[in-house]
Design a protein around this ligand. Structure first.
Ligand SMILES: Nc1ncnc2c1ncn2[C@@H]1O[C@H](COP(=O)(O)OP(=O)(O)O)[C@@H](O)[C@H]1O
Ligand SMILES: [Mg+2]
Length: 294
């Protein structure tokens, strides 16, 4: 039986927020697998001693990007890492949206402002500024054209923290049809969920946001599946992905656009889709090199 580490963040004194983690560890243990959660930044962890390191919920990586990029590189050298190091590094930086758009994937229109670059902000419509290295809507906020000065100040703060900023129109469809997360695992659609809008008007830049409000199960449409598959097919190098979450919102014309392609540490929302656990466990065992039957 393989040994598997599920890499997660160290919650310190707070309760751990990854609801999928205990469910997965337990299901793997029940299969006789030596599975354990490991803090990704634990200096004593012996990554090479595992058959598979599954990146599960390394949720502090977005403000420790260089350290995390080194970590995936290092672990990828000593054992099987899922998703692979190249994929994780590519997906950590939301500049991939520009690459995917250039490859013809329908995406939310995005421009980027690196530290030191002039702030060209929209003035005809509401817009969002957020860091290219982000998760949980950290530092994301929306602005009306009248809030230009506040937006410039918050952009400066983002730059001072070392982040490149990305600017997008506020996609109003999200207030009507929400955001849909299509989750893939082991090469097929696992399940999908729908969540409400995170950026209510006036939500401050540095507020702690509810990352997945009003989450419900969702049956993806043919258009959503098509955009998701195009996005996955456009990942450079056509790597093998153990898991992927494709987040979509509706443009003004009602067609789905890519908001985020999460290939590092997606919530799986197994509590909402308990029937998906079995497939996840099988796919993890296959990834660990264990031929699975039945
Ligand atoms: N352009 C946008 N229009 C509307 N809402 C947005 C936009 N960008 C981000 N949001 C909201 O902020 C949340 C977080 O943004 P996202 O790009 O998914 O980053 P992450 O989830 O990695 O923090 C989204 O789930 C969505 O609710
Ligand atoms: Mg998101």
């Amino acid at each position: 039986m393989p040994r598997i580490a599920l890499a997660t963040y160290d919650p310190g004194a707070e309760p751990h927020r990854d609801n999928d983690l205990p469910v997965l560890v337990r299901a793997l243990l029940e299969r006789g697998v030596e599975a354990e959660a490991q803090y990704w930044d634990d200096p004593w962890a012996d990554w090479g001693g595992y058959d598979l390191v599954l990146i599960r919920s390394t949720w502090d990586y977005s403000w420790r990007a260089a350290e995390f990029a080194d970590w995936v590189e290092r672990v990828g050298r000593v054992t099987r890492l899922a998703n692979p190091a190249d994929v994780a590094r590519w997906s950590m930086d939301k500049r991939y949206l520009g690459e995917l758009a250039a490859a013809g994937v329908p995406t939310v229109p995005t421009s980027y402002i690196a530290p030191g670059e002039a702030a060209e902000l929209p003035d005809g419509h509401e817009y969002v500024i957020k860091p290219t290295s982000g998760a949980g809507a950290r530092f994301a906020a929306r602005y009306t054209p009248g809030e230009h000065d506040i937006a410039v100040r918050q952009l400066a703060r983002m730059h001072a923290e070392g982040f490149t900023a990305m600017v997008q129109p506020y996609v109003r469809g999200i207030d009507v049809s929400g955001e849909r997360a299509l989750q893939f695992f082991g090469g097929r659609l696992l399940h999908a969920s729908r969540k409400g809008a995170v950026l209510a008007p006036g939500t401050p830049y540095d507020a702690e946001k509810v990352a997945h409000p009003d989450l419900t199960r969702w049956q993806p449409t043919a258009d959503e599946l098509a955009v998701a598959e195009r996005a996955l097919a456009a990942v450079p190098g056509a790597p093998e992905l153990l898991y992927a979450r494709v987040d979509l919102v509706d443009a003004e014309d009602g067609t789905p656009r890519l908001m985020e392609l999460e290939l590092v540490e997606p919530n799986l929302f197994l509590w909402l889709h308990p029937g998906s656990l079995e497939h996840v466990v099988k796919a993890v065992l296959v990834a660990a090199g264990e031929g699975v039957t039945g």
